[in-house]
Design a protein around this ligand. Structure first.
Ligand code: HEM
Length: 126
């Protein structure tokens, strides 16, 4: 199947709507989004899309400290390496279902490198 590449904020919205459907229902990591820090997708999605617009296209003004935000989540319920691996693989799977190309590859690589920093700085290996 020929898929096109990620080009716009609308494309990012499609990815993260599909990603959160999987993440929220996931038996291992779902509780982070429903119980540890219950997220309201109406307010959460635009923030995530702004983050990735800035990350991929250097547009917009997302400037919050992602590590501090996730440290705060870990303080409420410990994040372990396995959670992060699942998060990354759900995102990679979602991108691969919808898009392919340079930006799609960059999104996956950038997510993996941020996730690796989260492992080193926040998560526990157990
Ligand atoms: C185990 C892995 C992860 C879990 C369980 C998780 C969970 C969460 C939760 C519950 C929030 C909402 C926080 C709040 O509203 O206070 C959040 C926010 C966010 N997460 Fe994650 N996350 C994970 C990994 C990642 C990774 C690897 C990235 C980036 C590559 C990421 C990007 C974001 C962004 C951009 C926000 C929005 C922050 C803001 O409000 O400005 N997350 N995450």
């Amino acid at each position: 199947m020929n898929l096109r590449d990620i080009e716009s904020k609308d494309d990012l919205r499609l990815i993260f709507e599909a990603f959160y459907k999987k993440a929220i229902q996931h038996e291992v990591i779902g509780h982070f989004f429903t119980a540890v820090v219950p997220i309201d997708l109406k307010t959460h999605l635009p923030i995530i899309v702004d983050f990735w617009e800035y990350n991929l296209f250097h547009k917009g003004s997302y400037n919050k400290n992602l590590l501090a935000i996730h440290q705060h989540i870990d303080d409420k319920f410990p994040i372990i390496y396995e959670d992060i691996d699942i998060w990354v693989s759900l995102l990679h799977q979602t991108v691969d279902e919808l898009f392919e190309g340079t930006q799609s590859g960059r999104l996956k690589t950038n997510a993996l490198s941020i996730a690796t920093v989260m492992k080193l700085k926040i998560a526990k290996d157990c």
